[in-house]
Design a protein around this ligand. Structure first.
Ligand code: PLP
Length: 400
């Protein structure tokens, strides 16, 4: 059996049609397959590899930390320098009330921890979430997920979770003093880079404050410069009570975090003690990698703006009557076609032409553009050229 067959047989599958490309290495904005083909990466591991693949400072931080120590004890007992240093650095770049970092293994675990924290702080049980939101695949995070098709097969899920339309006013009327938390994305990722109406998030924040309900902002996909700012919540001038980070947080290593004020966070330490515990959360190698990646990004902060410009350049150089809509926020964009079928054919054609992309979970007719932020002008034009060609090829064959 070749490696592809072994992959299909022994690595548990998440779909019936995985891409199953064997990757041999990744560097900058490119992935290389085992046959030596080069793929321009328009996904960045779903906004994980924001500073590009194989950054030498991140690799060095990983090697140095692995040589000093890896796992030594479950989370929270011992002073581990990489955790402390990264938590300190993160809090220097967040509003003062976001001063206590709980590191987890993944985004979904950060969501779980945040929901538990909101229940402990408020003594309430209800949680509000939004249609077309994705917060992870564990049972609690799945309860928040805004799509019945993905949720339904796994019932019973968490009780007292209520869904509202993203960007609609109805949520304000329903949000009363019985609600523990509202979990919201500042830009809806898997809805296809959806931006709420201006002022909606601010109003949500105000309403939460009035009712002493916690505002949990999920920046797991939008954080670390993806939206043209370091954090997407900055654009609306709001401040989450609990911020969720993941993906790019670990610089390519697994890491998540929920971040809140120390006064809130300490409710997890008592009555019961060990309110949230994890063996590997905040792994020292992940924290060292994440800190190196964030330090690199801070030193190259201009990339956040330049990447946004380059993605705009990319969009400006694609034009075709088959494109029904283009959305962009920073270095994050979506091209909408008439159907999933057409979009999938374009995606497959892009792959053949040397560009790696996919669709969005709740916007399957939208093609994803979320490259590493180090994408150069030349790479943006190359991407535009490939996508344009792919659309033309699919279009020519489509209705025949
Ligand atoms: N929240 C958002 C917005 C996400 O995009 C994701 C993952 O795609 C998650 C939460 C869950 O993160 P993880 O896959 O690390 O559990």
């Amino acid at each position: 059996m070749n490696i592809r067959q072994l992959f299909l047989q022994h690595v548990a599958q998440t779909s019936e049609a995985p891409l199953a490309i064997e990757i041999s290495r990744a560097e900058g904005c490119f992935l290389y397959d085992a046959q030596g083909n080069k793929l321009l990466d328009m996904i960045a591991g779903i906004s994980v590899c924001n500073i590009g693949h194989s950054n030498s400072e991140v690799i060095k931080a990983i090697a140095d930390q692995a040589a000093s120590y890896m796992h030594v004890m479950v989370y929270g007992e011992l002073v581990q320098q990489p955790q402390v240093a990264y938590a300190h650095l993160l809090t220097q770049h967040l509003p003062p009330s976001l001063n206590s970092v709980y590191f987890t293994n993944s985004g979904a675990e950060a969501v779980e921890g945040a929901m538990k924290l909101a229940k402990r702080v408020t003594g309430r049980r209800k949680i509000f979430a939004f249609h077309k939101s994705y917060h992870g695949s564990t049972q609690g995070a799945l309860s928040l997920l805004g799509d019945e098709y993905f949720r339904n097969a796994f019932r019973p899920l968490l009780p007292e979770v209520y869904h509202f339309r993203y960007g609609e006013e109805k949520v304000f009327a329903e949000l009363d003093a019985s609600v523990a938390a509202v979990v919201v994305e500042a830009v809806q990722a898997e809805g296809g880079v959806k931006i709420p109406p201006l002022g909606w998030l601010k109003k949500l924040e105000q309403r939460c404050k009035e009712k002493q309900c916690l505002l949990i902002v999920d920046e797991i996909q939008s954080g670390f410069g993806r939206t043209g700012k370091l954090w997407a919540f900055e654009a609306e001038n709001i401040c989450p009570d609990i911020l969720l980070l993941g993906k790019a947080l670990g610089g390519g290593m697994p890491l998540g975090a929920f971040i809140a004020d120390f006064k809130l966070m300490k409710t997890l330490a008592a009555n019961p003690v060990l309110g949230h515990i994890t063996t590997f959360g905040g792994h020292p190698v992940s924290c060292a990698a994440g800190k190196a990646a964030f330090t690199w990004l801070l030193r190259h902060k201009n990339l956040v703006y330049e990447a946004a410009e380059n993605v705009q350049l990319l969009l400006d150089n694609i034009s075709h009557p088959r494109i029904e809509n283009k959305h962009r926020k920073g270095a994050w964009a979506a091209l909408q076609f008439e159907s999933f079928d057409f979009n999938k054919k374009v995606i497959d054609q892009c792959l053949k032409l040397g560009l790696f992309t996919d669709w969005f979970l709740f916007a399957s007719d939208n093609l994803r553009i979320a490259p590493p932020l180090i994408l150069s002008k030349e790479e943006a034009l190359l991407a535009a050229n490939i996508i344009q060609q792919a659309i033309q090829i699919v279009d020519a064959e489509y209705d025949n």
